[in-house]
Each structure stands twice: as C-alpha cells, then as structure tokens.
Design a protein around this ligand. Structure first.
Ligand SMILES: [Zn+2]
Length: 414
C-alpha cells in the first residue's frame, strides 16, 4: 500500500523536525533538565509542526530510554506510540469537542494515574476552539495540575485563547518556514525516494506550500505522478499548482504600468484561462510591486520572491512608474487581497482591481500638485497640516477636480 510522503516523512524525533531549531533546542534541554512545566502551548500557522512537536514531546516524556532529550523510538512505549496506541497519551481535537463537558472529561481523566508511563499526557489540538466555560473549567487544572499530568496545546489562533490560560502555559511560537528551507527538505526526500524533479520545480512547489512542510509534501506526492521519462513538464507543474508562468504575469504588470486597459484585461483573462487562480495572480503582482519598490529604493529584493530573470526585467520597469504610484498600486492590491477572500466572484473582483490600478496610476499625485503650486503662487497653497489631512492615497475625482480649480497652473503628470 502506498504511504503518502507527508505520513512517511512525518518527524519521529526532534532532530527530524524542519525549521524549528530554537524551539527544538529548548524542548530537548528542558527535557534533560526537567524544566518544561506541565502545560505547553504551540502556536503557529497550519502545517508548521505544532502537533508533530507535541507528539514527539509526549513520546519523549513517556520514553524509557530517552537520550539527550530524544525519544529512543525503540522501547516499548515508543513502539506503542508509533502504532498510535500509547495508552497514556490522549489526543483531543478541540474543534469537535468544544464544550465544558468535554473538558470535564479530560480533567476527570487527568486525575487517574498513568497506566504504563510516568505521565498522563493530553494533546489538545485547535485549543482556541474551546468554549469560554470550557476554558474556565480547564483553568483550575492548569493552576494546580496533578503531578503526573501534562497538557500540550496546539493552536493556529493564540489570540483567541484567554489571557488567564496563556499566563499559565509555556508558549512556543513556531515560525512559518521559508520556501528555501522547504525546497531543501523536498530535495533531500526526492533523493531518498529517487524522484527526478529538478531544483527549479521544487522551488515552485515550496513556494506554493505557504510555509507548510505538510502541504509541500502533499504537493510533491502529486508532482511525482507528473514525472515522465525522468523529467517533469513545467507547464504541467504550473497547472497543478494553479500557477501561471511568471513571465505572463510580468507581461500583465507591464501592461498595467503602461496604462493599457484593453491589453491588461485581455492578458489577465488569458492567464485565468491557464488555470491560474485570481488569488495567485494577485499574490504574484504583490510580489512584483514589492520588488519594484525595493529596486527603486536601491534595496536588495528578498531572495526567493522571484528569479533573477524576473528581477532584471522589473529593473527595466523602474523608470516607468513613480514611487507614489507604486504605493497606491500596493494599497489597492492589499485591499484587493481582503476583498478576494470574502467575495464570491474573485475573477471579476480582480478584474475590477486591475482597472482601478490603471486608473490610480493615471491620477496625478496630489502632493506634486500642491508642491508645484506652492512654487508658482505661494498665497494659494494649503498649509502643511491641511495638505497632510487630504486623503491623498484615495484621491477621488471630485477632490482632484477641486484641486485643479484651486491650482489651475499646477502641472499634472499624465
Ligand atoms: Zn523510547
């Protein structure tokens, strides 16, 4: 039977965990010195290893031959654990057990001594889903836990956990993994599994995984099936990832900056037809605007955000767009990203956003108008505070019209 890569390569020991070095170090040292307390919280976005770390810690606590903080993975307890049957470790999904009665059951159970290990361990996943009364019930136990009980909580939304609970746990914020690290991990797995996927394709997969090793491995599983004659077609991979060829989105950006509405919309629809999602196009555009801004400010763009060939082409675009226009485009994209998440027709929404972008880049910058006017007729200028109060980034037609009337001599950059 085929075992998915995400299952097969699920870390069994602390040293297997990718990208959480400092947390792993604290946990291993804490185990050696017995300084971890009895309630721990792992916070972080999905797929970064919260539950995995909680499980390894539980396994290490129960292990009979722990070495330097690592579970041995061979003793009776570890073997039972691997089979999913460690009787003293209970996993509770708070998403489906939110009520006070569910928590009371946990508390009741924590009073009984462990059966075969030194500790009785409760792993509570999605802890933030517990109800208010459930948290209250848990609080007392967290204040004075039985000596043999340990509570390991995992959450994607730590801000939803009451402060009273947070103040009684040892909290670890797991970091989202950067694409480079994920790509390295994928590469080592491909070597072991003899999957011939080139580094560039792995980088694309790692990028799409949004910091989650689990998602990356699941995508790798799919991609492995696209391999033919020891290679993978980039087009196939991009389709699978719902990504578009980078250069296609770059073309879209160029058309936007050139204020070519028809061309931009045509290009956008073409990219959409290539099975790329609006969210993906938007994200790529945001990356490009970010890079353009960096380039304009002579700041080195972040690695991994685009390949060198894209950065070089963006460099050529630097002169065609002003810094204020870039800032306006950025704001429209950020707002668009919010809208896309709530709207139903993301494709139409993004199309409207693109039109707004062209419109926004066509507008003159109000600051320039004010500045130019100040030079020409000082008596007509707004004071510095008045100018600052103007909603410059959301300059409307009527406001612009007013500005034009006030300052007929102002030069308007078209
Ligand atoms: Zn063991």
């Amino acid at each position: 039977m085929y075992v998915p890569l995400a299952t097969k390569y699920r870390p069994q020991k602390f040293s297997d965990v990718v990208g959480q070095d400092i947390v792993v170090k604290i946990l291993m040292r804490g185990l050696q010195k017995d300084r971890l307390g009895s309630a721990l919280l792992f916070a972080g976005t999905r797929g970064v290893g919260k539950t995995t770390l909680a499980r390894i810690l539980a396994k290490a606590w129960c292990c009979n031959n722990r070495q330097d903080g690592e579970p041995c993975c061979k003793c009776e307890s570890c073997v039972e654990f691997a089979r999913g049957g460690q009787i003293d470790v209970l996993e509770i999904d708070a998403a489906s057990n939110t009520g006070v009665d569910d928590v009371r059951e946990i508390i009741e159970s924590s009073r009984y001594l462990p059966t075969s290990s030194k500790y009785k361990i409760f792993i509570i996943d999605e802890t933030h889903m517990l109800s208010k009364s459930a948290f209250n019930a848990l609080l007392k136990t967290l204040e004075e836990p039985p000596a043999h009980a340990k509570f390991l909580m995992a959450t994607t939304e730590p801000h939803k956990i009451p402060d009273t609970v947070l103040s009684r746990v040892l909290r670890f914020d797991l970091r989202s993994l950067d694409a480079e690290l994920i790509a390295q991990h994928l590469s080592s797995i491909c070597n072991k599994e003899r999957i011939p996927i080139p580094a560039e394709s792995l980088a694309l997969i790692a990028d799409s995984a949004d910091g989650s090793v689990r998602d990356a491995l699941s995508l790798l599983d799919q991609a492995a099936n696209l391999v033919e004659n020891d290679s993978i077609q980039t087009k196939d991979l991009l389709d699978m990832l719902h990504m578009s060829d980078d250069t296609e989105i770059l073309t879209l950006l160029k058309l936007l900056l050139a204020k070519n509405t028809q061309g931009a919309i045509q290009q956008y629809r073409k990219i959409l037809n290539d099975a790329c999602t609006p969210a993906n196009i938007l994200e790529t555009l945001m990356n490009y605007i970010h890079i353009l801004t960096c380039l304009q400010l002579n700041v080195e763009p972040r690695k991994n955000m685009a390949n060198e060939h894209i950065v070089r082409q963006l460099q050529d675009e630097c002169s065609s767009v002003s810094a204020p226009a870039l800032s306006r485009i950025w704001q429209l994209l950020v707002k668009g990203a919010e809208e896309i998440n709530i709207g139903e027709r993301a494709d139409v929404l993004l199309e409207m956003i693109l039109i707004r972008i062209i419109y926004a880049t066509t507008l003159p910058d109000l600051r320039d108008i004010l500045h130019n006017n100040a030079k020409n007729s000082p008596q007509n200028t707004l004071s510095k505070t008045e100018a600052q109060d103007l909603p410059i980034n959301s300059v409307s037609d009527s406001l612009l019209e007013k500005a034009r009337k006030m300052f007929p001599n102002a030069k308007v950059e078209e």
